[in-house]
Design a protein around this ligand. Sequence first.
Ligand code: KIV
Ligand code: ZN
Length: 508
Amino acid sequence: MTKRIYIFDTTLRDGEQTPGVSLNISEKLEIAKQLKILGVDIIEAGFPFASKGDFNSVKSIAQNVKGPVIVALARATKEDIEAAWKAVKYAENPRIHVFIATSDIHMRNNLKMKPKVVLETAYNMVKYAKDLCTSVEFSPEDATRTRPDFLYKVLEAVIDAGADVVNIPDTVGYSTPGEFGAFIKKIKENVPNIEKAILSVHCHNDLGLAVANSLAAIENGAQQVECSINGLGERAGNAALEEIVMTLKTRGDHFKCHTDIATEHIARTSNMVSHLTGVKVQSNKAIVGTNAFAQELSIHKEEVINYKETYEIMTSESIGLKKDSIILSKYSDRHDFEQRLKELGYDNMEISKINEAYGKFKALADKKNAISDEDIEALVNEEMFQVPQTFKLEYLQVTSGNSIISTSTVKVRTKQITIDEAACGDGPVDATFKAIEKATGISVNLKDYFLDAIGSGKDALGEVTVKIEKDNRVFSAKGISTDVVEASAKAFMNAINKMYYYINLIDN
Ligand code: KIV
Ligand code: ZN
C-alpha cells in the first residue's frame, strides 16, 4: 500500500491573488465544480472577510459543491473567523483556515506584535474557530523564515487548541528542496503532538522551486500539499497541482505515494482555468503546455511511434488529451459533434448551449476544412461562459491599410434599439474598440490585449483575450474567429457585456 497524499487546491484563493486575475461568483463556482470532477480532496474557496464578493463565492461553493472539504481563509481575529464560518458553514465538510505570521520580520513589521502575543493569539483563535467548525487548519505565515524553536512552540500550541491540520507555508518562496525537506523532518521530530494533526505544506514559486520543495516535503513526511491549477498564485505563483500529481503518479516507484486525482481531467481543468482567468499557459510548461507532449525531431517521432517509452514518460491520454482523435468537418452532423463533446469531457452541457455551439461549429466548418479538438474547446468555452448579451454586435466593417487611417463601422443591437457608429483609430483593432465604445456608450480602460492562434495553418482560428477595467474591477473575455479583427471585436464586446452584467445586475 502506498501512502495517500491529500490535494488541497487553492486556485480560487491564492490563485485568484494572481496579478490581473479577478473571477466572479459564477466563474468560481464553475471552477469549483470542475475541481470536484478532478477529484481534489480540499478546495480553498476564498477569504470571506476580504470582500462581499469573496464571501458570496465561498457561500455559493459551500452550498453547491458537495464532497470535497470546502475551506474559508481567516486571519487570526474573531471578525475574520466569524465571516469565514458564516460563509463556509453550508458545506458538507467545512474547514476554517486560520493564519498568522510567525517570522520575526513579519511580526515586527506587519503585525507589530511580540512573539508571546502571536503565540497566544494563534492558540486562542484556533480554539475559537474549533468551537464553530469541526475542522480547523492553522498556518504560521512565513514559516520558513521563522525561528525554528518558536515555530515548534506555535505548532504544539495550535494542535493543543484543536487544529486538525498544520500547514507550513514557504510564503516568499525562499527555501530550497534540501532545506525544506529537512525543515519538515525537524518539525516532525520537535513538535511533540505533531502526530495528532495532518502535516501540510504550501510553497510559493519565487525561485521556481515550489514543486520541488513540495515533493521534498512529501519525502519527509508531509501528508497534504497545497497547490493550484497551472501554478497560479501571488507573484510567481504556487506549486502547480498538475506537476505534483503527475510526478507522484509517474514516479510512484520513487515516492511510494498516491493521490486520488482523476488525472484524465487535468487538461480540461487547466484549459478552463486559463480561459476564465485569462492567464495563458506557457507552451513549454510541464504537463499542460501545448508542447508538453509534442515531438518535433523526426527521428524522435519515429521512435515514439515504434517504442513509446523511448521519449514518453507519461501518455497524453493520462491527462485527458485524446490522441489520434477524429477531426470533424462540414460533413460531420450533430450526433458526431455531441459525441466529440462527450469525449472531451463536456457531458453536462445544457441543450441550449449545445445548440448554440453546434451553430457556431457549422459556421466555422464552412470556413475551415478540419475542425480540431482545440477549435471545438474554444467554441464551447466561448458558449459555456457567456453572460447575457446585453449588447450584440450585428455588423462590423473595417477599412485599413498602410497609408490610410483605419476606420471601423459597427452596428450594435440592444433589446430596444440598434445603433450605428463609426470611429477612426490607430489600426483596425483600435478603431473597432472605439466604435464599440461609442455605440454602447461605455468607455473602459483596456488593460491587456493578446492574440493567439488555436492550432496551426493559414486557416487557424484567432483567439483574442482582452482585459478591461472599470471602477477598479477587471473583466477578462475572449473572442474567436478566423478573422482576427472580428475576434478582437467579439472579445471586447464579451468583456463589456460581462462588465455590464456584473456591475449592474448582480453587483457582487
Ligand atoms: O503564502 C502564504 O503564507 C499563504 C497563507 C495564507 C497560507 O498563502
Ligand atoms: Zn500563499
